[in-house]
Write a protein that binds this ligand. Structure first.
Ligand code: ADP
Ligand code: MG
Length: 266
């Protein structure tokens, strides 16, 4: 007997927005292999954690999704990465549009040396035709979504680099959100933050997953366990295991996963 799930009344609005499917994806820098035949599907509206030892290809996988590896002259790849069904490597894909839809946040916050307002307004300003009022509304809404508005609403003209490290990281998230992304990639976003700053980012990501597909690289397995519904483990460019986070941490299927989570690996 085939079980057919009931059709949700919201099925249409929740379908496939921000679906990311990595299909038999391999990557090299010159002759150095970085990813080997990685296949994984990221669940929309949920946080997936990407863990693994240093040099295992985590950043390369993130950067493959919004084509940041293209900036390395000797980068090559095979396989496909589908976002909402479209291969990001197809001819004719506009990379700057892709990078607006797929936001990225790095380990070191990297605000532009400009005002708080200008940092968040940067992306929307590139899309011509926004009135000053609409632009200000977008900036405010993005800062609110990044849980930063109350901290900065009275100092929007200040240089962004005067913010604390945690605030700067939330500013970078607000800057990405201003482009209305459907996917958010974060590469060790809290590893330079104190526990309080870390907690605020985790709370924020927990909220944002209601609207976005989130993939976060973390070295902190407790963070992965707290935050993510699914976890993927990369070792030496190979996706060793991907599964429900609680299952992967308590009943791993692969002996390499067990070795990694018990600290005998990496
Ligand atoms: N731009 C690059 N040029 C050459 N080799 C690179 C480049 N980026 C990454 N690599 C290599 O690819 C492998 C995976 O690196 P990376 O994705 O940064 O790992 P991780 O983020 O898991 O620490 C490593 O061997 C690294 O040295
Ligand atoms: Mg990395």
């Amino acid at each position: 007997m085939t079980l057919i799930p009931p059709v949700s009344p919201h099925a249409e609005s929740t379908a496939a927005v921000g679906s990311v499917i990595v299909e038999r994806f391999s990557a090299w820098f010159g002759s150095t292999p970085a990813l080997h035949n990685v296949s994984v599907a990221l669940r929309p509206r949920s946080v997936t954690a990407l863990v693994g030892p240093s040099g295992s290809g985590k950043s390369t996988l993130l950067r493959a999704i919004n084509r940041l590896n293209d900036t390395s002259a000797d980068a090559r790849h095979s396989g496909r990465i589908l976002i909402d069904g479209h291969n990001v490597y197809d001819h004719g894909v506009d990379v700057s549009t892709l990078r607006q839809r797929v936001g990225m946040v790095f380990q070191r916050s990297n605000p532009f040396p400009r005002s708080i307002f200008d940092n968040v307004a940067y992306g929307p300003t590139l899309n011509a035709g926004l009135s000053p009022t609409a632009l200000a509304d977008t900036v405010e809404a993005s800062l609110r979504r990044a849980a930063l508005w109350d901290d900065v609403k009275d100092r929007m003209g200040d240089d962004a680099r005067t913010l604390s490290a945690g605030q700067q990281q939330r500013l970078c998230i607000a800057r990405a959100l201003a482009n209305a992304p459907s996917v958010l990639l974060l590469d060790e976003p809290t590893s330079a933050l104190d526990p309080q700053g870390t907690q605020r980012i985790e709370e924020l990501l927990y909220e944002l997953q209601q609207e976005l597909t989130i993939l976060i690289v973390t070295h902190n397995l407790h963070q992965a366990a707290r935050l993510s519904r699914r976890t993927a483990l990369l070792i030496d460019g190979v996706l060793v295991e991907e599964g429900a986070t609680d299952q992967l941490f308590t009943r791993p299927l692969d002996s390499r996963t067990e070795a990694f989570i018990t600290g005998r690996f990496g």
